[in-house]
Write a protein that binds this ligand. Sequence first.
Ligand code: MRU
Length: 347
Amino acid sequence: MRSVFWENNELRMIDQRILPNHFEVLSYRDHKSVAVAIQEMVVRGAPAIGAAAAFGLALAGYESASSSTSDLLAHLRASAATLKASRPTAVNLAWAIDRILNKISSLQSPTTDEIRQFILEEAQRIADEDVEINKRMAEHGAALINDGDTIIHHCNTGALATVDWGTALGVIHTAHEQGKKIHVLVDETRPRLQGARLTAWELEQYGIPYEIISDNTAGYFLKAGKVQKCFVGSDRTAANGDVANKIGTYMLALAAFDNGVPFYPVVPTSTIDLSLAHGDLIPIEERDPQEVLGLEFEGQRVAPQNAKARNIAFDVTPARLVTGIVTENGVAYPPFEASLKKRVLGK
Ligand code: MRU
């Protein structure tokens, strides 16, 4: 089953907030509730929220009963702004919406019904392409994995974070299907625990051996020579190869670099933002401090009642710490300005 799909005129999404203890598919009929679902992380992971936003725009098309093209386009533009504002770092969200809006503007005098139908078809194409792209990326990435490797993985980058198959976890899944014996150390990924909850749940189903480690353990295993590679995803990668990803990725990359362990982000070209020269220009989401403060230990809230917290959701790993960036068009190596441009634009 896909994490995001269209069925019976509704958008359906697996509720990732309650996994692995409960499995539920929620239905959406209007773009505003899709924007809330993205913000609250019912759906999460850059490619998955890109597809969700695309289907959200399709719902916006059907919300407006107007037969005036300009009225419909005005409603679509306002809805696009609401969807885009739901989460700022993952560029796939804006990428998917802009791709649809740009294609609408090149249609020759379309009727309102043609526009509505077109958005839905394009959203479906975005979802289908995501799966196909992930499979291609996985082949390129799996070629970097040797039989017997132990791999550190951060956050969740699997079928749940995409429409299906995944980015970094897709690479690991493909290597496993190729018969390579691998072991995964799963960063638990505080504060929302995407690793401990979602990655572990996926690996369990694929039958891939794994152990969960607390985020601050990675350095220990890297220094001890127990890890051969790190594979992570990205929410936005700048033109120079700086990689924004789930908070904690930067510390992992530093420890990997210090111990000579290769560090590979797995990044579809839809996540590469060539308009940003470097990673300091990437907008970084800061979330509700309650996600940090609400953590419990032995059934009790950890922090004192009046404690304050910061909840930075992403960090940027500088390109100098990155060994190679796996895309669906092959692996890009330093210097990334040239190699990423080639992977994205083909020149
Ligand atoms: O806050 P999340 O769970 O949406 O963050 C997800 C990640 O950081 C992933 O690594 C990233 O989206 C790329 S994986 C498909």
